[in-house]
Design a protein around this ligand. Structure first.
Ligand SMILES: Cc1cc2nc3c(=O)[nH]c(=O)nc-3n(C[C@H](O)[C@H](O)[C@H](O)COP(=O)(O)OP(=O)(O)OC[C@H]3O[C@@H](n4cnc5c(N)ncnc54)[C@H](O)[C@@H]3O)c2cc1C
Length: 416
C-alpha cells in the first residue's frame, strides 16, 4: 500500500485524498490525485450528517469553529418536513440526541478547498480512460500519458454514464430523478466574531411536482426542486418554483443548474484494488442527505481494511466489505423511499406515482435474490419493531442505516 491514486476532485475524491494523507502510517507513501479540469464537479451537496463534524475536525486538524466558518456553514440539527405524509402536519426529523447532535450545512466548493489543504498529493490534470484490476493492484490508463500502476485506486469520477443491470442495482422505488438548483440571498446573519450557533434545519417542502429543499448557509441560501422529469415538465416545475419563492418572500435568485440523477448502487463498490466512492459508487435523491455520509463510510472502511489487515486477507476481505457497503446503501434507499409511502398534502400525479407505483416496487427491487444482501429483512424488522405496543429497551439502539429514533420520528410525522 505504498502507491495510491484518487481519481476525481469532487467532494468524494477530496475526502479520499485527505483521508489517505491522514491515515497512512508511512509519510513516504505516494499519493496521486488525478482529475480532468475540463470535467466539472457536481458542486452541490450542502447537507450532511453529524459524523462529518468530527471527521472534518480530524482531517483538517482545525477547531470545529474554524471549520464551520471556513465552510460558510450553519449547524444542521435535522430536516424539517413540510406537507409530507397523511397527517397534514409538519414535523422535524432530528439527529440523535435531539438538539445536541448537529451536522453542517456547507458550501461544497469550500469543503473541497479545505480538504485539499489537508492533503499531500501529486496532482495530475489528465483524462482517465480506464481503471482496471491487474495482478496485485490496479492500473490507470490516461489520455496522452503513460499508464500507471497503483496498489489501490479510489474511483471518484462521479455518476456512471448509464446504468446496467449486471453492474448496478437500480433503486427504482424512489420516484424522483431531476433537480433544479437556485441560489438565493442568505437568511441567516453571519457573525464576524465566530460561527453561527443558531439551530438550523434543512427544510424539505412538499410541492405538487415533488419537493423543495431549502438549505441556509451564511453566504447564500440554496434551494432545489426535486422532481421526476418523466411525470412533470421542466416548465411547470420552474413555474411552481417561482410561486414557492414568492410565497417564501424571496425576490431574487440565481439559476444554477438542472441536474438529472440516477438512484442506484454499484454491485461492486470495492474489489480489493479499486474502490468506487461517492457518486461513482451509489446515489439517491438528497432527501436525507445520504451522499457525503456514504462516501465517508466507503473511504473509511476501505482504508481501515487495507491499512490494518494483513495483505493475505485481501481476497477474503474485499467481498465482505463490498457486501456491507451495498447493503448499507440499500438500507438508506429503503429509508428514503419509505418517505413517499404515505403521499403528501398534494393529490397530484407526482405524489400518486410516488405512493402507488414507485414505492410499492421496493420489495421486488430489494429482493435478496437480486441484490445479494439482507437490507429488505432489516428494513422489515424496523417497521415491525415500530408496530409493537412496547419497544424493549434492548432494541432502542437498533439501526437500519439510520437509528430507530429516525424511523420513529418519520413514521410519526408521516402518519404511517
Ligand atoms: C441535487 C443534488 C443535491 C445534493 N445534495 C446533497 C446533500 O445535501 N448532501 C449530500 O451529502 N450530498 C448531496 N448531493 C450529493 C453530492 O452531489 C455528492 O455527494 C458529491 O457531489 C460527490 O460527488 P463526487 O465527488 O462523487 O463526483 P463529482 O462532483 O461529479 O466529481 C467528479 C470528479 O471526477 C473527475 N472526473 C470525471 N471523469 C473523469 C475522467 N475520465 N478522468 C479524470 N477525472 C474525471 C471530475 O473532473 C471531477 O473532479 C446532492 C446531489 C445532487 C445532484
Amino acid at each position: 500500500m505504498r502507491k495510491i491514486a484518487v481519481v476525481g476532485r469532487g467532494t468524494a475524491g477530496s475526502l479520499a485524498a485527505a483521508s489517505v494523507t491522514r491515515l497512512h502510517p508511512d509519510s513516504d507513501h505516494e499519493l496521486h490525485h488525478i482529475y480532468d479540469s475540463r470535467i466539472p464537479v457536481i458542486g452541490v451537496g450542502e447537507g450532511s450528517w453529524p459524523s462529518l463534524v468530527q471527521e472534518l475536525r480530524q482531517l483538517t486538524n482545525l477547531p470545529h469553529e474554524t471549520v464551520q466558518q471556513r465552510l460558510n456553514g450553519t449547524r444542521k440539527y435535522g430536516v424539517a418536513f413540510e406537507g409530507w405524509g397523511r397527517r397534514n402536519q409538519d414535523f422535524i426529523h432530528y439527529f440523535t440526541p435531539q438538539q445536541v447532535s448537529y451536522a453542517y450545512h456547507l458550501s461544497a466548493d469550500t469543503m473541497t478547498e479545505l480538504l485539499h489543504e489537508s492533503s499531500r498529493a501529486r496532482h495530475i490534470d489528465a483524462k482517465v480512460l480506464d481503471i482496471t484490476r491487474v495482478e496485485g493492484g490496479a492500473q490507470v490508463e490516461f489520455e496522452n500519458r503513460t499508464t500507471e500502476r497503483y496498489d489501490l485506486v479510489f474511483d471518484a469520477r462521479g455518476f456512471p454514464r448509464e446504468l446496467h443491470p449486471d453492474r448496478h442495482i437500480e433503486i427504482s422505488f424512489i420516484p424522483t430523478n431531476t433537480a433544479v438548483i437556485r441560489r438565493c440571498p442568505a437568511i441567516v446573519t453571519e457573525d464576524p466574531n465566530g460561527p453561527i450557533l443558531q439551530h438550523t434545519y434543512t427544510r424539505a417542502v412538499a410541492r405538487p411536482h415533488g419537493w423543495i429543499f431549502v438549505l441556509p448557509l451564511t453566504v447564500h441560501t440554496s434551494y432545489g426542486y426535486i422532481f421526476n422529469r418523466d411525470v412533470s415538465g421542466l416548465a411547470e416545475v420552474e413555474s411552481d418554483f417561482d410561486a414557492f419563492l414568492e410565497t417564501d418572500g424571496v425576490s431574487e435568485f440565481e439559476q444554477r443548474s438542472v441536474i438529472p440523477f440516477p438512484n442506484f448502487v454499484h454491485r461492486r463498490i470495492y474489489d480489493g484494488a479499486v474502490a468506487r466512492i461517492g457518486n461513482a459508487a451509489a446515489f439517491m435523491e438528497p432527501l436525507e442527505a445520504t451522499a457525503i455520509v456514504s462516501a465517508q463510510l466507503q473511504i473509511g472502511m476501505v482504508l481501515q481494511i487495507r491499512l490494518n489487515r494483513p495483505a493475505e486477507n485481501l481476497e477474503r476481505d474485499a467481498p465482505v466489505v463490498n457486501r456491507f457497503l451495498v447493503n448499507n446503501t440499500l438500507r438508506y434507499g429503503l429509508f428514503v423511499g419509505w418517505h413517499y409511502s404515505c403521499g403528501s398534502r398534494y393529490d397530484s400525479e407526482f405524489w400518486r406515482h410516488g405512493r402507488d407505483h414507485a414505492w410499492p416496487r421496493y420489495r421486488k427491487a430489494a429482493d435478496p435474490a437480486r441484490v445479494d444482501c439482507d437490507a429488505l429483512r432489516r428494513f422489515d424488522e424496523m417497521i415491525e419493531l415500530m408496530r409493537q405496543t412496547v419497544i424493549d429497551k434492548s432494541d432502542w439502539n437498533r439501526m437500519c442505516a439510520v437509528p430507530l429514533t429516525s424511523y420513529c420520528q418519520v413514521s410519526q410525522g408521516l402518519g404511517c
